[in-house]
Design a protein around this ligand. Structure first.
Ligand code: UD1
Length: 344
């Protein structure tokens, strides 16, 4: 089966391409290189033993995507392409709505036109908003707390409505990721954000590499185990494998089988996390244990918009997809460091 992976040269997309190819899928990548680099295609090839097709294309460019669909006729789409900085989305919401929601609209229109059966959407735990923990798929999501989060919630709604409107011709999976970190075991793929990282793990990696002097811990007075923020970190290769499991699930469902969940019989929603929370201080300690490198840090004020603690109830993915995260926080730190050491 041929799978179009949008954003396939990015952090999560590139690891997912490897898992798909290792599971026997043909992969076509669409990526505009706005937050990725072209040499990732070769790195994927080095690991998977085969070069994925690559189109330099912006997914909101309907004409370019139409050409891709005509040439490649993908049978499934995994849609990663999107902007993901929360502060930037607050400053420039229209950029986020145009890109993240616009790309989803283009893909659904092309699925309809070309009869593409499956779509897996890269969603986020951010759609739960300030909710009870652990987050469960059957909860009523609260309003997301920023424009980035709302682009994910809106894309989810668009895909659900689209899949429901077509009498079971199209099936969708919405995967709500928790905090993806780590890197491929080979050290060939990983996360290398442009500029100063906003997320915890890339920041720790750069402090470890001596590229940044000191980590600031955003808040030490939260009502959590040690006062610092708690998140559900998941190894990017576990996350990549969840996409393969979700695609197999969609393939196994017969059209209009009516076995779906939520308000649409064609859309399946899964949390993709470990079900365990780790605090910022615990993460620093795990990184030091796994790598032997000291991390300099200082306490700072809370970051606006951060929640104290959240993690997944990960039972549904295990039950319905037969998928469960296998890698530990130490594995995530070791692989992230192994990758970081290879970055010039
Ligand atoms: C953030 C986004 C979330 C998005 C996710 C994507 C915010 C408010 N949320 O999640 O919408 O889906 O990234 O990866 O930006 N921390 C520090 N020092 C740092 C960086 C982070 O102490 O330099 C702390 C944070 O306060 C938090 C934890 O580390 O407690 C994780 O932060 P981060 O990696 O940015 O992820 P989220 O905030 O969970």
């Amino acid at each position: 089966m041929k799978v179009l992976v949008t954003g396939g040269l990015g952090f999560i997309g590139s690891h997912t391409c490897v898992s798909l190819m290792e599971s026997g899928y043909d992969v076509v990548i669409a990526d505009d290189l706005s937050n990725s680099s072209a040499d990732v295609q070769e790195r994927i090839a080095k690991i998977a033993g085969k070069t994925p097709a690559f189109y330099k294309a912006d997914v909101t460019d309907q004409a370019a995507m139409e050409r891709l669909f005509s040439a490649e006729k993908p049978e499934a789409i995994i849609h990663f392409a999107g902007f993901k900085s929360v502060p930037e989305s607050v400053e420039n919401p229209l950029k986020y709505y145009a890109n993240n929601v616009g790309s989803t609209l283009v893909l659904c229109a092309l699925m309809k036109r070309f009869g593409t059966r499956f779509i897996i959407f890269s969603s986020s735990a951010t759609v739960y908003g300030d909710n009870e923990i652990p987050y469960r798929e059957d909860m009523e999501p609260c309003r997301a707390t920023n424009p980035y989060g709302r682009t994910k919630a809106m894309s989810e709604e668009i895909i659900r409505d689209f899949a429901a409107s077509e009498g079971g011709r199209h099936k969708a999976a919405l995967l709500r990721y928790f905090n993806p970190v780590g890197a491929h075991e080979s050290g060939l793929l990983g996360e290398d954000p442009r500029g100063v990282p906003g997320n915890l793990m890339p920041y720790i990696q750069r402090v470890a590499a001596g590229k940044l002097p000191c980590l600031t811990v955003y808040g030490t007075d939260y009502p959590t185990v040690d006062g610092t923020g708690v998140r559900d970190y998941i190894h990017v290769m576990d996350l990549a494998q969840a996409h393969v499991a979700a695609l197999r699930k969609l393939e196994a469902e017969q059209p209009a089988a009516g076995a779906g969940r939520g308000d649409s019989e064609s859309t399946y929603i899964y949390n993709i996390g470990t079900g365990r929370g780790t605090s910022v201080l615990e993460m620093i300690q795990a990184f030091e244990r796994a790598t032997g490198v000291h991390i300099e840090y200082k306490a700072g004020p809370r970051r606006a918009g951060d929640l104290p603690e959240y993690y997944a109830c990960a039972d549904l993915a295990e039950k319905e997809l037969g998928w469960k995260a296998k890698r530990s926080v130490e594995d995530m730190c070791r692989d992230a460091w192994n990758w970081q050491k290879n970055i010039k």
